[in-house]
Ligand binder design. Structure first.
Ligand code: FE
Ligand code: ZN
Ligand code: FE
Length: 192
């Protein structure tokens, strides 16, 4: 059989990357809960925060199954996706549009994670790390479910509300935009 040393190294590197990515996400999700307006969306973010904390622990189990120490390596991908998400909070969107944007940002996170876990599951299987593969598959399933939940929320009303508030804004005078800014920041500080 071919030497799996290189694939093992790639596998461990990828585990360290996603371990760091999940930890970054546990810090970002509480901010997304605060920024969300829809109670259903807040609940979805809170639920996924709890799942994400469990995913961090699950990764520690994965490291243990292959006799590696659990250690993170800065994930630039997650940092970039979260940075884009954070910049949304500076926009003075109405509440429904803010929610629609938070969903968009969160789904970019989920797809990034799904790509990584998909790879990790198949690499674990090909190297015969069955326990690791099963643990990683569990997380992959959670990420897919989280992504689907977000699609449901977006398509179950939030996008519609965003479209409707965009329409009512069109009816307003175009120069009200400056007046809306203090309101938006008042709303933002109220949430803290
Ligand atoms: Fe995750
Ligand atoms: Zn990464
Ligand atoms: Fe996730």
């Amino acid at each position: 059989m071919a030497d799996l040393g290189n694939l093992r190294k790639a596998f461990v590197d990828e585990l360290r990357d996603i371990y760091d990515a999940e930890k970054q996400l546990t810090k970002a999700l509480p901010k997304m809960v605060k920024a969300a307006t829809s109670p259903e969306l807040q609940t979805a973010f809170e639920t996924h925060l709890e799942e994400t904390r469990q995913q961090v622990e699950r990764l520690e189990q994965v490291f243990a199954t292959i006799d590696e120490t659990a250690r993170g390596k800065h994930c630039d991908g997650m940092a970039g996706i979260l940075e884009e998400g954070r910049s949304i909070l500076d926009e003075d969107f109405d509440e429904a549009t803010m929610d629609a944007n938070l969903i968009a940002a969160a789904q970019r996170v989920e797809h990034y994670e799904m790509a990584t876990y998909g790879t990790l599951v198949s690499w674990a299987r090909i190297m015969g790390h069955t326990d690791a593969a099963d643990l990683l598959q569990e997380t992959l399933d959670e990420e897919k479910a989280a992504d689907e939940k977000l699609s449901e929320l977006a398509e179950g009303g939030i996008n519609q509300h965003a479209a409707e508030s965009a329409e009512s804004e069109d009816e307003d005078d175009a120069d009200t935009e400056d007046e809306e800014r203090p309101m938006a920041s008042a709303r933002a500080s109220k949430r803290r």
